[in-house]
Design a protein around this ligand. Structure first.
Ligand SMILES: [Zn+2]
Length: 120
């Protein structure tokens, strides 16, 4: 496989982590605006919001984790979590599916959206 897919939970976790770093960075930049109270407090507020946002994302990951199904990856033999009908292995990015009808078919993120449409 030339194209590597990343696991959804891992993706969201990376996003949450980067939010923390952005928040810290923005707050750090704020220190350079010592001359302007407005700019400095603005940077502090934005930085704080990013960190609060990441807390919510981490909370969301916790919620999503309850919906994941733990399986042993057939490719690397390591336990991984699947979210939705198709997801990639957390360790080797091997595309995995829970739906027998999709087995052997090409990995497509759209399968998840189709599943959501049926429910809603
Ligand atoms: Zn694997």
């Amino acid at each position: 496989m030339s194209i590597k897919y990343s696991n959804k939970i891992n993706k969201i976790r990376t996003f949450a982590l980067s939010l923390v770093f952005i928040g810290i960075l923005v707050m750090y930049i704020g220190i350079f605006f010592k001359g302007s109270t407005i700019l400095m407090s603005l940077a502090m507020i934005i930085g704080l919001l990013c960190i609060i946002g990441s807390t919510f994302v981490y909370f969301w990951i916790g919620m999503l984790s309850t919906k994941t199904i733990q399986v042993i990856c057939p490719n690397c033999q390591k336990p991984t979590k699947i979210l939705g009908r198709v997801d990639a292995c957390m360790n080797c990015s091997e595309p995995l599916t829970l739906d027998k009808s999709l087995e052997g078919k090409e990995f497509d993120e759209r399968y998840n959206k189709k599943a959501n449409q049926k429910k809603g």
